[in-house]
Design a protein around this ligand. Structure first.
Ligand code: ADP
Ligand code: MG
Length: 323
């Protein structure tokens, strides 16, 4: 029955843009998400994830561009109970317990799930009688998830859902999300953890400074941003020779120190072994992951930003710094 209410086109963002003053939070992004996909919006703070999500949910009006959810506008899709959102901000009403709150939300939707079922699915049965003000970070996030889920939406939109949860709680949360999504729901979640995006999404859309800088399966994105860097003290070996080592994508020298960029941890392991075998004099070895911020800077270094910055004069730069 419900399949008739929606188009299978999934989620379509066309040329979606939003600025706040001089800050271009989201810059003309185009995204197509098929029904049933689990997609991570990955990016550092300020990338434009929340602004995008707010436009998907119809909470923020785009300056330009459009959002359609299963062929409908965000507000129509939300009213029809097709969309469940879990936002970064906002707290539930304070005078209700968990079960009352979820029951109240359920009453707003035409095809709501059974409240006990939602409590069970989200692991909130034990805290059902607890007041919503007396919950831990992890419990609060599970209750928020229950609220998003109770309408039995086709699309779940989660903005940094594990931000205030410890590592173990995170794993629990994602296991719940995964089992729920396995029923064919479409899920879009924002995160700034590469590991989280990698472990729980089928596809990663990488955002930086309001733009999409990469979009693909986690393996592909990891190769782009999950790089490793090896540093070592090593004299008298030319960088040209080091850059020929299998697994090294770039080699640089500063004084006695060399820096070797490698694709991923597999590549850096190989390079380390080779390095020590060929140059036993190498010392002070250090391996570290390239942080997301660093990887993003590299990915966006020669994109439109510089041209934009030049055109906009100092205002653009000031806008970026003031955020
Ligand atoms: N209401 C607002 N007013 C002014 N600037 C905003 C507002 N919301 C977001 N921004 C700015 O837009 C940019 C993108 O923010 P946001 O979408 O929250 O990023 P993310 O969720 O990826 O951290 C940031 O520079 C942020 O400071
Ligand atoms: Mg955000």
């Amino acid at each position: 029955m419900r399949a008739l209410e929606k188009d299978r086109s999934g989620i379509v963002l066309t040329s979606l843009s939003k600025s706040f003053g001089v800050v271009q939070a989201v810059r003309a992004i185009d995204v197509n998400i098929a029904a049933g996909e689990i997609v991570a919006l990955l990016g550092p703070n300020g990338a434009g994830k929340t602004t995008t999500i707010d436009m998907v949910l119809g909470l923020t009006r785009p300056d330009k561009g459009t959002v359609t959810l299963f062929g409908q506008s965000p507000s129509d899709a939300v009213k029809a109970g097709l969309v469940g959102g879990m936002l970064q901000t906002g707290s539930p009403p304070q005078y209700l317990n968990v079960r009352e709150l979820i029951t109240m939300v359920a009453s707003l939707y035409p095809h709501a799930l059974d409240v006990d079922e939602v409590l069970r699915l989200t692991g909130t049965t034990e805290i059902a009688k607890r007041s919503t003000v007396k919950l831990s970070g992890g419990q609060t996030q599970r209750v928020r998830f229950a609220i998003a889920l109770v309408a039995d939406p086709d699309l779940l939109v989660l903005d940094e859902p594990t931000a205030s949860i410890d590592v173990e709680g995170r794993r629990d949360f994602w296991n719940v999300m995964r089992s729920v999504a396995a029923e064919g729901k479409t899920v879009i979640f924002a995160t700034h953890y590469l590991e989280e995006a990698d472990s729980y999404a089928d596809r990663i859309i990488l955002m930086a400074r309001g733009r999409i800088v990469a979009d693909g399966p986690p393996t592909e994105i990891k190769a782009k941003v999950g790089g490793r860097v090896i540093r070592a003290t090593l004299v008298d070996v030319p960088v040209a020779e080091l850059s020929q080592l299998p697994g090294v994508s770039n080699a640089e020298r500063r004084g006695e120190g060399v820096t070797l960029s490698c694709g991923d941890s597999e590549a850096s392991d190989k390079v380390l072994r080779e390095l020590l075998a060929r140059y036993p004099g190498a010392r002070d070895l250090e391996v570290r992951g390239v942080g997301l911020e660093e990887a993003f800077l590299e990915l966006t270094a020669d994109d439109q930003d510089q041209a934009d910055a030049l055109r906009a004069g100092t205002d653009f730069n000031r806008g970026q710094e003031l955020q």
